[in-house]
Design a protein around this ligand. Structure first.
Ligand code: SF4
Length: 407
């Protein structure tokens, strides 16, 4: 098989990994190239300092000895197979890089031979790029869960970001759909990375100049909707990963039906809106001080018709209106339509003068959503309005509102 055909097969197989979301899209119109989000495995990702980088996103191989039912590369799938050599991936990365098509590499792999053997191959690509070619671009390596700690530690020396996929939200889901995997094995691999990052941070604090170790942290991916597991349980799993393993990101990937799928899998993909609501709820956990149980009950799913922050406010109307000139940061963060940056600016401005409704609009607070929930010197949302039955409909933001950032 020539390298171009391998690239087609192995870049296509890599698109199911959500951590580089743009390459999973198939929205390009037929026979159109401009604006294509599909071609040849180039995707976009964000570095810790917020830069958007283009990455060459590939699998080393889509052969896999495991049989995860939701995965197109499982051993029982009849998908076309291909395999790059280490030298081919290095050459492709350098070629794309020199032509300015990419700023880095995202490399994953099906499991061939042994777990450690596969991990060694992934490491060989990263090490070869760094040591033999002085490659300074971004590298995201997928870890093979259960790989020996020495190999995971070595991967951290060459990669900017590492990720081991948790795959499914519960142990029971794994038993059903990914029988060769366990949460304990995946979190064991994550713990090696977390320890490596913590150790490097401690060295830096002590003034030692130790070599970098996964400076962009670690992330994971969870398939959503392949089992009936609820959003409450999914978010509790994510929350535990953030707290215990110190992950930078959990990516939620809506289950996508594969050809000749196992009968235990649903026939339809869950609504993409569910994925979106999970990301919004995840954001509330990480940046807005919400606890999982406040956002959704363990046995429940997030509402699809309203974003989780607004849903919480509508269900807790007795906590509002919030006085933007007096309320503490934690309370301001709970106001729908007001993002983290808005809150920081409000706190800075109110040291100098009292804020008015016009000031909030200037800060690009989503006023339509926020108005019934805030109190300013010149704006007092008649408490009556908070009690109205139609409030949800009237405060829902639309695409055309002056969106207040990440609220
Ligand atoms: S181990 Fe990874 S590549 Fe292999 S079947 Fe499972 S999800 Fe797919």
């Amino acid at each position: 098989m020539d390298i171009r055909r391998k690239l087609e097969v192995l870049a296509d197989a890599a698109k199911y990994d959500a951590s580089c979301a743009s390459s999973g899209s198939s929205t390009t119109r037929r026979d159109r190239r401009l604006g294509s989000t599909e071609g040849m495995g180039i995707c976009h990702s964000y570095t810790p300092d917020g830069r958007c980088v283009s990455l060459l996103k590939l699998l080393l191989t889509n052969y896999c000895v495991y049989d995860c039912k939701f995965c197109v590369n499982r051993v029982s799938s009849d998908t076309p197979r291909a395999r790059f050599t280490v030298a081919e991936v290095i050459r492709l990365t350098l070629d794309f890089y020199r032509r300015n098509y990419i700023e880095g590499l995202f490399l994953s792999s099906g499991i061939v031979g042994s777990v450690d053997g596969t991990m060694e191959q992934l490491i060989a690509v990263a090490r070869g790029l760094r040591e033999d070619h002085g490659f300074g671009g971004y590298i995201h390596l997928k870890l093979i869960p259960g790989a020996s700690p020495e190999l995971v530690a070595e991967a951290g020396r060459w990669a900017d970001r590492l990720s081991a996929n948790i795959e499914l939200p519960t142990e029971q889901d794994l038993r059903q759909l990914a029988p060769e995997k366990t949460h304990a094995e995946v979190t064991g691999t994550m713990a090696v990375v977390a320890d490596g990052i913590a150790e490097r941070a401690a060295d830096a604090r002590a003034g030692l100049t130790a070599p970098a170790f996964a400076p962009a942290g670690q992330s994971t991916q969870m398939v959503v909707g392949a089992t009936p597991t609820t959003d409450g349980v999914i978010l509790a799993t994510a929350d535990a990963l953030y707290r215990v393993q110190k992950l930078r990101r959990v990516y939620y990937s809506a289950y996508s039906p594969t050809p000749h799928a196992d009968a235990r899998l649903p026939a339809l993909r869950p609504p993409l809106l569910r994925e979106h609501r999970l990301y919004q709820a995840d954001w509330l956990l990480r940046f807005y001080g919400f606890e999982v149980r406040e956002v959704v009950a363990p046995g429940a799913n997030l509402a699809l018709d309203v974003d989780p922050k607004l849903a919480w406010a509508l269900a807790n109307r007795d906590r509002f209106p919030v006085d933007v000139n007096a309320a503490p940061r934690e309370l301001l963060l709970r106001v729908p339509g007001v993002g983290v940056r808005n809150v920081d600016r409000i706190l800075a401005i109110r040291r100098h003068h009292a804020l008015t409704a016009a000031d909030l609009r200037k800060l690009r607070v989503n006023w339509k959503t926020a108005a019934p929930f805030v109190l300013t010197g010149d704006h007092n949302p008649a408490v009556r309005r908070l009690d109205t039955v139609g409030l949800k409909r009237s405060v829902q933001p639309t695409l055309f509102d002056d969106l207040g950032g990440d609220a």
